[in-house]
Design a protein around this ligand. Sequence first.
Ligand SMILES: C[S@@+](CC[C@H](N)C(=O)[O-])C[C@H]1O[C@@H](n2cnc3c(N)ncnc32)[C@H](O)[C@@H]1O
Length: 287
Amino acid sequence: MNANAQQVIDWNGDSGACWVAHQEQLDRMLEPYGLAALTKAAIRSGDHVLDIGCGAGESTLAIAGETGPSGRALGIDISEPLIRRACERVRDTMPQAEFRIADASTMTLPVAGFDCLFSRFGVMFFDDPVAAFAHMRSGLKPGGRLAFACWRGAGENDWATLPLRAIEGIVPSAPAASPTAPGPFSFGDPDRVRDILRDAGFDAVEIEPIDHSVVFGEGATGAEAVDDALDRAFAVGPLRRALAGQADLVVVKAAAAVHAAFTRKLVDNRVLIDGAGWIVSARNRAH
Ligand SMILES: C[S@@+](CC[C@H](N)C(=O)[O-])C[C@H]1O[C@@H](n2cnc3c(N)ncnc32)[C@H](O)[C@@H]1O
């Protein structure tokens, strides 16, 4: 199997389709984390920036706003449906924003062409993270910057674990996946992230925690907000995987249990759940 083959299948299949369908809500959910990473990246006018795993392009468009027309914001992703959505969002007024379907770990990169490598939750999916980061670093100028947001462990992210706790006893629990297997929570251990980046040729690695509740559901009423949260939990995250292939009756019971759990998280017509991430930054060791 080629590197990252399973991710290519997932993000061009169900995962990609679900992200496109929920793009606006997911952008609102991830916004505080993306903004914190953007602040850390300290992008300047005229910078050339690679946005890794850019999805539907929200962060790339924000980066393009920072680089201005004299710079370049190149968003790349393995997902064809997400890049298609990103291209639909590019404004004529932002010629510096560009999108391309590519695997960040193998794509052709300009030698030392970028001032900054950036990502909002798009770098935790590589089969071989050291090789992937070493490859991406080859496209970075000497002393160039890396900044990204990633999740801490699943156990610290209630938005992921609350639905799973709610279905305990209803759905047989799946064998626990390795915490370092490619996936949203694979960068939960900061020592592992530091080792990956050092082995890939970065230095000045900084890893700072960010705690921010995520808006997991919203609506004109509390009932609408809970329905929205349920819809999202069935579309993205561990609940979707846990319920795959289960009998209809089990899914109905699970939905009722998750609905009750989300109702307990209602605040002003929004379902607010704890989220926990890292803001990671580093420099290209080659000076
Ligand atoms: C959790 S989503 C985040 C999307 C986007 N950055 C955002 O914040 O909305 C992860 C993204 O990483 C992409 N991805 C996973 N592996 C990749 C790889 N090897 N190269 C490029 N993109 C990848 C996926 O297709 C997906 O769009």
